[in-house]
Design a binder for this molecule. Structure first.
Ligand SMILES: *[C@@H]1O[C@H](CO)[C@@H](O)[C@H](O)[C@H]1NC(C)=O
Ligand SMILES: *[C@@H]1O[C@H](CO)[C@@H](O)[C@H](O)[C@H]1NC(C)=O
Length: 821
């Protein structure tokens, strides 16, 4: 009998049913890729120290505190390369020996990994380390930026993990320390513990915690302006092996659990144990996707002025199938409260000998409601604290910690699904854009050292950029945001990195700046720069930004691309360079305003340009490279490069049939979201009479050119360099590089690029009334980071069109009513 969710392995295919309504759930290609060198990073790493995985921001002291292996650092929050002070906390020889006797490795296990850093007061912190599998805590005082251990270590079983590889979670709430970790050397006994004051712990039962991976702990101050005298609650996020599904393999589920801050445990039943521990399953899936992202990886609480509007953002990955897939879901407070405060419980029943089955509990639930915090109502009934609660209520909550209802995400679907990436960390910033509206910008750390910046809008979510954080492909282990400073802090095995929330200078023109739809960036018309918008400098009058539609029509038109003049040397091959404005842009080449076909033996389209084979006088004229990009469902294009090719017989013919040149097609269309057709067709282009002043100039130029070419060729042959390398360096200066003359080395290129047609874009272009016959393949993904395996058709439309190919398993949502029977 199948209950709840059933996985079938025999069918090694998963089908995504891609309804058009599901268009905001898709695979998003980051619009821009920022490499390590351009990322404006500040780095901290100390010789001989590793595992910088614990971070604590102190805006008050202007410090970033970092817990590493055997050491704690206080770094300047403005510039983490500047280490203010440090405190070493190595393992004693005695402890190290004991650790090794127990079969652990001296070099990796028997060290002190700092895992806990929390404020106790304004100048004191609680700090714990694994201390060679003998977890120990101490106090750390801070004085004028100097950190110092009080050197009063205490054994801290249940507060800090034994094993540095095990996941854990902790939070300090009003001097009470909540920790979720393993309580024994073997790591087999999980615990949610409150210590320092009013110690309380979980029952050691698989129905409470079953091989959990603890992810996140935090407090929500729900007592604040509560009319019913409700209590603050501590929420725990984790994944664990499901007890409620019958399955021959271990099925993991993600959970949200909560306890009440005022819990004091029971009098007889649940003595010094939580009387309010309840948990529910977290769903991150969509009805039409039928694919479970069942393992939670990280959580961020986006706090609103009113806690009822708080949002828990969480990252999930699947247990099976493609490991390199991730989803982001957002959970609202109201749904969570509904499930815990009014939801049904699950109950174990024994069937067929000793098999236990969990079904919805339909009997009477004792009063006061099991797991409820003590509020005014319960207090009025004579139960002042949890110590007064009746045994019936306590026994029920001990045996029924799991809710039957699921906590489903906002809008019942993931905000984002990303293929080819495993997200490990998430933070969210609520940003006020130039239109004074607020947007949630989501920062995601990957397991290979990238940071993705995504924007969540009502109808769509897209990835603004990816930033390479480390030189080696290390996982992002910790991500902290200083919203006030506009900085992110990243912990990893070998370094700490600091990266600004936005790199607006990467957007080279107004068009690029506006199309990015980056709420932090706007085009300043006064300075002609893409600038970082901080609350101080918002000057809406002079700023162009359009988050919802990415509409660049407000961009000033300005002289942009001058056509590069190139002489034709008959019989040669010519390369015209053109760099796509973004990873999502495709290139379309026009020759004398007519589209150059993608498949034509005379031309070859490659990722950063066009090759014309065996040029002749017929190839004369204007060449324009359009960068075409779909933004918010609209197709936008602009000229990003122009060339004018002429042959030696040009002058004589110009006198008879004037040919347009030098005119800047790009200047007219730059930043204007009109169809390329309109732009290019517009008006009579001025005739150029003075293009080449005299025959003399032409001849002189030609002779010089040929001489240089011959010299170059000779030198290359001499050096054995033929063919000349084709690949441009890719830097900004090379963007408008002149055409390169080739020596028949196209084969090289063919190995690197492929020809294909973009039927979708072709269709779209037809819609905007452009006389195009086909479109070139400017595969922007090729130069992209490690993780893009997305086909081009998919890339061009960013998040407007999903395309996911999965394999290995099928996921079925079985009949719910059956399980509730
Ligand atoms: C950051 O601090 C380091 C080390 O003190 C220094 O070399 C570097 O110039 C600083 N960078 C900035 C931008 O201030
Ligand atoms: C510590 O860092 C090293 C690399 O610097 C890494 O190989 C190891 O897995 C890390 N250990 C833990 C427990 O994070």
């Amino acid at each position: 009998m199948l209950k709840g969710f059933v996985f079938l392995f025999h069918n090694l295919l998963i089908r995504f049913l891609l309804h058009s309504q599901a268009s905001h759930i898709l695979d998003c290609t980051p619009r821009k890729t920022v490499n390590y060198e351009d990322a404006n990073l500040k780095i901290f790493a100390e010789q001989g120290i590793s595992n910088y995985s614990t971070l604590l921001l102190s805006e008050e002291h202007d410090l970033l505190l970092v817990g590493a292996r055997d050491a704690i650092f206080a770094l300047n929050i403005e510039n983490i390369s500047d280490c203010v002070s440090q405190e070493m906390w190595p393992v004693s020889e005695q402890k190290q020996k004991e650790c090794m006797y127990k079969g652990k490795s001296q070099e990796t296990d028997c060290r002190n990994y700092i895992r806990i850093l929390h404020w106790l007061s304004k100048t004191r912190m609680y700090v714990c380390g694994t201390n060679a599998f003998q977890p120990t805590c101490d106090n750390l005082v801070i004085n004028n930026g100097k950190i110092q251990l009080e050197k009063n270590p205490e054994e801290s079983k249940g507060q800090c993990p034994f094993d540095p590889t095990q996941k854990y979670a902790s939070v300090m709430v009003d001097g009470e320390f909540y920790s979720a970790t393993a309580n024994n050397f073997l790591g087999s006994e999980p615990i949610l513990l409150r210590s320092l004051k009013n110690n309380l712990r979980t029952e050691y039962k698989t129905s409470w915690l079953n091989e959990p991976n603890f992810i996140y702990l935090d407090v929500i101050q729900e007592s604040k302006d509560a009319t019913d005298g409700d209590d603050d609650k501590i929420y725990l996020f984790f994944s664990e092996t499901a007890v409620e599904f019958e399955f021959y393999n271990k099925l993991l589920v993600s959970r949200i659990a909560r306890v009440c801050k005022g819990d004091l445990g029971g009098q007889r039943t649940l003595q010094r144990k939580w009387t309010t521990f309840l948990k529910a399953s977290l769903m991150c899936s969509a009805p039409e996707i039928n694919f479970p992202f069942n393992i939670i990886q990280d959580v961020f609480v986006l706090r609103a002025t009113n806690w009822r509007n708080n949002i828990f953002y969480a990252v999930f990955t699947p247990q099976w199938g493609k490991q390199d897939m991730s989803a982001v879901c957002a959970f609202g407070m109201s749904k969570i409260q509904e499930v815990f405060n009014a939801g049904k419980f699950k109950s174990p029943i024994t069937v067929e000998q000793s098999r236990v089955k969990w079904v919805m509990y339909s009997g009477t639930v004792p009063v006061p409601r099991p797991g409820a915090c003590i509020n005014s109502n319960i207090r009025q009934s004579g139960f002042k604290t949890s110590l007064d609660l009746p045994d019936k209520t306590l026994q029920f909550v001990r045996d029924h910690p799991l809710m039957d209802d699921l906590v489903t995400p906002i809008n019942n679907r993931p905000k984002l699904i990303k293929q080819g990436v495993k997200y490990t960390q998430i933070v969210v910033d609520r940003v006020t854009a130039a239109n004074l509206k607020e947007y949630d910008v989501i920062f995601l750390g990957t397991d290979s050292g990238y940071l993705h910046k995504a924007l969540s809008l009502e109808r769509e979510m897209f990835i603004i950029e990816e930033v390479q954080l480390f030189l080696s492909a290390e996982p992002v282990q910790n991500l902290q945001l200083s919203s006030k400073r506009g900085q992110l802090y990243v912990g990893s095995p070998s370094v700490v990195a600091q990266v600004p929330v936005a790199i607006c200078t990467q957007y080279i023109d107004c068009w690029d700046c506006v199309l990015s739809r980056d709420p932090y960036c706007g085009w300043d018309k006064m300075t002609s720069q893409c600038v970082y918008i901080s609350k101080k400098n918002i000057d809406i009058q002079n700023l162009v930004q359009n988050i919802e539609n990415g509409d660049p029509s407000k961009c000033p038109s300005h002289e942009m691309y001058k056509a590069e003049k190139q002489i034709i040397i008959p019989g040669n091959n010519m390369v015209l360079n053109c760099y796509p404005a973004s990873n999502l842009a495709q290139m379309q080449w026009l020759h004398k305003r007519r589209a150059i076909p993608a498949v034509d033996s005379r031309y070859f389209h490659f990722n950063v340009g066009l090759i014309i084979f065996n040029v002749s006088a017929e190839d004369e004229g204007q060449y324009d490279c359009l960068s075409v990009e779909t933004v918010a469902g609209k197709l936008l294009s602009q000229v990003t490069a122009s060339y004018f090719l002429y042959s030696s017989t040009y002058k004589s013919r110009v006198d008879q049939h004037p040919v347009p040149t030098k005119t800047d097609l790009g200047a007219k269309s730059a930043g204007v979201p009109t169809s390329p057709g309109n732009t290019v067709r517009r008006g009579n282009l001025p005739m150029i009479q003075n293009y080449l002043q005299t025959e003399l100039t032409l001849k002189g130029f030609l002779v010089l050119f040929i001489m240089m070419f011959v010299l170059l060729l000779a030198w290359n042959i001499y050096k054995g360099h033929v063919p000349i390398p084709l690949r441009p360096s890719g830097n900004e200066n090379a963007r408008r590089a002149p055409a390169t003359i080739l020596n028949n080395s196209v084969q090289q290129l063919e190995e690197k690029t492929t020809l294909s047609e973009g039927p979708q874009l072709k269709g779209a272009l037809n819609n905007v009334d452009l006389p195009l016959t086909s479109i070139s393949d400017a595969n922007p993904l090729e130069k992209n980071s490690n993780n893009n395996s997305v086909p081009l058709e998919n890339a061009n439309s960013s998040c407007a069109r999903p395309l996911l190919v999965l394999d290995e398993l099928e996921y079925i949502d079985a009949d719910q009513t059956e399980s509730k029977a």
